[in-house]
Ligand binder design. Sequence first.
Ligand code: GDP
Length: 305
Amino acid sequence: MVRLRARLARSQNSLGRGLLTLLARERLDEDTWEEIEEILLTADVGPAPTVELVERLRERVRVLGTRSPEELRALLREELLAQLGTDLDREVRTEGGVSPEGEERPAVILVVGVNGTGKTTTTGKLARVLVAEGHSVVLGAADTFRAAAADQLQTWGERVGARTVRGPEGGDPASVAFDAVKEGITQGADVVLVDTAGRLHTKSGLMDELGKVKRVVEKHGPVGEVLLVLDATTGQNGLTQAKVFAQVVDVTGIALTKLDGTAKGGIVVAVQRELGVPVKLVGLGEGADDLAPFDPEAFVDALLA
Ligand code: GDP
């Protein structure tokens, strides 16, 4: 996986630069704090985390009487990290289990999200990472509404050496997902990654279907991870989508894609705070290697570089 800090530092990131410039001002007056708030909001940090962050920073500056740019940077770093949470479990879960029939069963990862967010690409990239780590992987192409999605996934599968289970176009996604896990059990695979459909224009249908996919897959035993893919460039809209998904399936982790395409890195803070679900992976490009585990410290250091 790519090194997060180096890659983010290379991508345009106005958040840190703007903040550090403001904090270096001679006087931290009311206008300056407002400008700091403005920058955080523009970077998609979200209203509640922004207000909280600025209040805490102001209070600490007041109490400590801190003035040097280095000290202010350190405080800002701490507060950003506090917003992100440093003690969350950000590992993608790959522990298998035992099926109701008593067979060894692979870990199941459902990948959900709205079309276009990078779901299939992220599934493929994650398969590649897992295979490189020594896991055997089966892919399930449960996005049966978009023939291209199954082809795209199969191409990833061929590239990384993972079998792709797919169904007829327009077939039942839950049955493909079920079959993929069954294939995983038969093969003795370690992980089954299931790519699901994400057509937003039929929202209630989509959500019903997603709930069904999860229920049907769970006939083989509990799903270990539901990874919600969000596109960082959609900003606060992405958050609204995320809340809808979280109501239907127990989202256990977020993969935030296209961070390379936005200067609004603050969305990571908003997503984390609003959903209370850890950001586990970030997408930093279209290439096969452009997926990184989310490391809050490296992320904040890149923002403030
Ligand atoms: P899906 O409809 O959610 O399955 O989306 P796809 O996986 O087909 O991805 C949609 C587009 O986003 C494709 O052109 C991908 O190459 C692109 N994409 C996915 N992840 C990233 C990322 O992290 N960065 C960039 N720049 N593009 C990405």
